[in-house]
Design a protein around this ligand. Structure first.
Ligand code: AQP
Length: 333
């Protein structure tokens, strides 16, 4: 029972972080356990400087990668956010529920806002309100579970707060969702800068970021050049050795092991890196192959997205209409 909703932003190519932190779980676990919806959240890609042609290309690519990762349109609903108007309709009601103070406290807003200011760009108002639209994405489907990486926990908490507040004011309308995350690799670090997360967009998407569609040799090179720590002993200690800990977590996620136990079987960083590189290459091999097949037939992907949007709309319309009535708006005749 229950319903699952989650999404990816088409702000860059999907990374190993997206895959291990979220997408793999959707494909291997969630779509088999619950009724689930997965969304290419394209409106969220417009919250920072963007190139229209690139967003369009990345949106179709993200959908293709999700199918390649194993999302099965017979088992789940895959669609594009902007194809279902209910998300923005509901977002407005939630803007009337949230306060500006709670949005200004969001860590991602502070970080990305600072980045935009440093680049001499204005901070788009939508960057501030983005977590409200994300709450609408989730609440429109009476979602129980939101499988996400660690960086999204704060936004899901806000979603819960808004759902509870709305229900208290206007009567029970929304299911209160909860975030779930993978047991390991919920926050994959940049291989060159293990202090920050591996991110697909922005200046940090450099040699420390593994993209799921990278060629095997590119993956190997990036992993072999990963920053480790000044010591020589392989230990699992996130605080003292974040670079090595990150590699151990990636290896554990790929092989099903446990980071601390894996550490004890290595006596050099070189051997660890070689095994991490091969494990990642093997993990991504079927995805890359399937992506190549799917990319040759964009008509098929478009068809999946069209059907997905229809199914999603049918669910969201009922929930959002109910919310419109609950706040006191006159029903359409
Ligand atoms: N490094 C990561 N480790 C684990 N999980 C991660 N996720 C993202 N990065 C990591 C999870 O992947 C899902 C989709 O992410 P997203 O598209 O919402 O956002 P993003 O990849 O973080 O991309 P941004 O925000 O556009 O750019 P950056 O981060 O580069 O500034 C989510 O469940 C996320 O938690």
């Amino acid at each position: 029972g229950g319903r699952t909703f989650s999404g990816v932003k088409p702000t860059g190519h999907l990374t190993l972080g997206n895959h291990l932190g979220a997408v793999r779980g959707w494909a291997e676990r969630d779509q088999y356990r619950t009724e689930s919806l997965f969304c290419v959240v394209d409106l969220h890609a417009l919250t920072v400087e963007h190139d229209p042609a690139r967003v369009r290309r990345l949106s179709r690519q993200a959908a293709t990668v999700l199918l390649a990762a194993g999302l099965d349109p017979e088992r789940c609903t895959l669609f594009v956010q902007s194809h279902v108007d209910e998300h923005t309709r509901l977002s407005y009601l939630l803007e009337c529920t949230a306060t500006d103070g709670e949005l200004r406290r969001m860590v991602q807003y502070k970080e990305k806002g600072a980045r935009a200011r440093a680049a001499g760009e204005g901070v788009r108002l939508s960057l501030l309100t983005y977590p409200v639209l994300m709450a609408a994405d989730i609440l429109a489907y009476e979602t129980d579970e939101v499988p996400v990486g660690e960086d999204q926990t704060q936004h899901v908490e806000l979603t819960r707060d808004l759902a509870v507040r709305f229900n208290q004011r206007y009567g029970h309308t929304f299911t209160v969702p909860r975030a779930t995350r993978p047991p390991v690799a919920a926050r994959v670090r940049d291989l060159q800068d293990p202090g920050s997360k591996m991110g697909k967009s922005g200046a940090e998407a450099g040699p420390g970021v593994v993209f799921v569609l990278d060629e095997p040799d590119v993956v190997r090179r990036k992993v072999m050049r990963a920053v480790t720590d000044s010591g020589t002993e392989v230990r699992y200690d996130r605080a003292a050795g974040p670079g090595v800990a990150n590699l151990l977590e990636v290896l554990a996620a790929c092989t099903g092991g446990e980071p601390a136990a894996l550490a004890s079987s290595y006596s050099s960083y070189g051997a660890l890196k070689r095994d991490v590189a091969e494990a990642v290459v093997e993990l991504l091999r079927p995805l890359r192959a399937r992506h190549a097949e799917l990319a040759a037939d964009p008509g098929h992907v478009d068809q999946v997205l069209r059907e997905g949007a229809e199914r999603a709309r049918a669910v969201a319309r009922q929930v959002v209409d109910r919310a419109y009535r609950a706040v006191g708006l006159l029903p359409r005749g």
